[in-house]
Design a protein around this ligand. Structure first.
Ligand code: TRP
Length: 455
């Protein structure tokens, strides 16, 4: 297709590379930190049940929609809308996505810094023989300090900037292709260890035996927000990656594989954490600290605990890095292509803003812990505003764009590679999901969850 694209635009070179890169975006702290902590805070299996429905009915169609927009336009998140709907306000969807990327990175780099520092502590023996009260102390002392967390946040930003400056194929593709299998193996090892503990079954039941009375409007909004955050949809990360996909890539199949694999990683993380939590009599609803207090404590009480724990945090650091690369790539692609900045300038500027404003999130656990905006710390505000507001709104707009503006004919053409994929019947279902089911469901969940309407 010739649509005036820049000829030297990079792209992912192999089908496996595409899968690895998109999966590398999806798999991250969402699986290892957010999924377990939110599951624990929202009552266990019932939340997981709603989450799975959100992934299937809303997440997958949305991911396919983003791939369609990106590949069809072969441009960054803003340029894509300008190309497919010239001289309309649709490009604002792309601008909102760039804003969402910053908002997410403000707190994501903070948590990633915690994870990096715990991996480092594990490697250097800093958590050896710490009991559960000690691990809680270590965590609150760490997050309550100023220099350490800020330094680690900036180290994280430097690491991902280096990868991003190296460029799409060399940086992102090579890194995720190598790291994902390592991550998977490490996670399986942690699972075996957790599941063979006496009393592990209580954790398995907590994760898989739903108590449907626990499903309320805010719980559904939380599950939906997590589905967006998990699958990296609603803000154009997948649009940007879609634009690096070759014309032969099977878009729907790639999206389904990514969603399945990502969900598997979340469940494996849950299976590494909850059985151990119950086996040792901890509480599952510790929230964001679950990973950092419970996991070290749990691992310390096992044979080879130090080794397993270090592996666990290394794994989390690897996953977080792949996800952040996709987040940083959104503004970088925008600034290089729309504003004609060089790749290093765009990267250093974006990472700089993320570091400076992101400090507000990092300081939310220390000097700024009492500074509340809309009743939330900066950390919680960035988190809530991105996952539970910006991503769902972006998701509605993306579905409406593909379903109504770009239209079913073009969407089906792109999702079937010009009719060569023979997936016409499933695409009929997909179009119904994109045009009606997903946007209406997102809107209802959003309005209900925010308490604006009550059904
Ligand atoms: N999906 C990633 C995770 O679970 C986070 C992430 C990466 C993301 N890119 C995104 C979230 C884009 C929303 C939008 O950790």
């Amino acid at each position: 297709m010739s649509n005036g694209q820049v000829p030297e635009r990079e792209s992912f070179t192999t089908t496996l590379g595409v899968l690895a890169a998109t999966l590398g975006s999806a798999v991250g702290l969402g699986n290892i930190w957010k999924f377990p902590s939110m599951t624990g805070q929202n009552g266990g299996a019932a939340f997981v049940f709603v989450y799975l429905i959100c992934v299937a009915v809303i997440g997958i169609p949305l991911m396919i929609s983003e791939f369609i927009i990106g590949r069809r336009a072969n441009a960054n998140n803003v340029g894509a809308f300008e190309k497919l709907a010239p001289a309309t306000p649709w490009y604002l969807t792309g601008v909102a996505g760039v804003a969402a990327a910053f908002l997410i990175m403000f707190f994501y780099t903070d948590v990633a810094g915690w994870v990096y520092s715990y991996a480092f502590k594990g490697l250097t023996g800093g958590l050896t023989h710490a009991s559960s009260t000690q691990t809680a102390d270590i965590f609150s002392k760490y997050t309550g300090s100023v220099v350490g967390p800020l330094a680690w946040q900036w180290i994280v930003l430097v690491v991902i900037s280096v990868v991003i400056i190296a460029g799409v194929t060399k940086g992102i593709e090579r890194m995720t292709k190598t790291l994902l299998p390592v991550l998977f193996v490490l996670l399986l090892l942690c699972d075996v260890r957790a599941l063979t503990l006496p009393g592990a079954m209580a954790g398995v039941e907590y994760l898989f035996k739903p108590d449907f009375a626990k499903i309320t409007a805010p719980v559904i909004l939380a599950a939906l927000g997590l589905a967006f955050f998990k699958l990296s949809v609603g803000m154009g990360a997948m649009t940007t990656y879609g634009s690096y996909m070759g014309k032969k890539v099977n878009i729907p199949s790639n999206a389904i594989k990514v969603a399945l694999a990502d969900t598997l990683v979340s469940l494996l993380a849950g299976l590494a954490i909850f059985p151990a939590v119950f086996a040792f009599g901890f509480k599952p609803d510790a929230g964001p600290s679950l990973l950092f207090i419970t996991i070290p404590a749990v691992f310390q009480t096992m044979p080879f605990g130090q080794v397993f724990m270090t592996m666990f945090f290394l794994l989390a650091a690897i996953a977080a890095t792949g996800a952040m690369i996709s987040l940083l790539e959104v503004p970088v692609a925008y600034f290089t292509e729309e504003k004609h900045w060089s790749r290093p300038t765009a990267t250093i500027f974006s990472a700089g803003v993320m570091g400076v404003v992101g400090s507000l999130a990092t300081l939310s656990t220390s000097t700024l812990s009492k500074t509340l905006v809309f009743g939330k710390t900066f950390f919680d505000l960035f988190d809530f505003a991105s996952s539970n507001i910006l991503l769902p709104i972006g998701g509605i707009l993306i579905c409406l764009f593909v379903g109504w503006k770009l239209g079913p004919v073009a969407a089906v053409d792109e999702a079937s590679n010009g009719g060569t994929l023979r997936n016409a019947t499933s695409l009929k279902v997909l179009i119904i999901l994109i045009r009606y089911v997903a946007p209406i469901a997102i809107l209802l969940v959003l309005l209900n969850g925010l308490g604006i309407v009550k059904i």
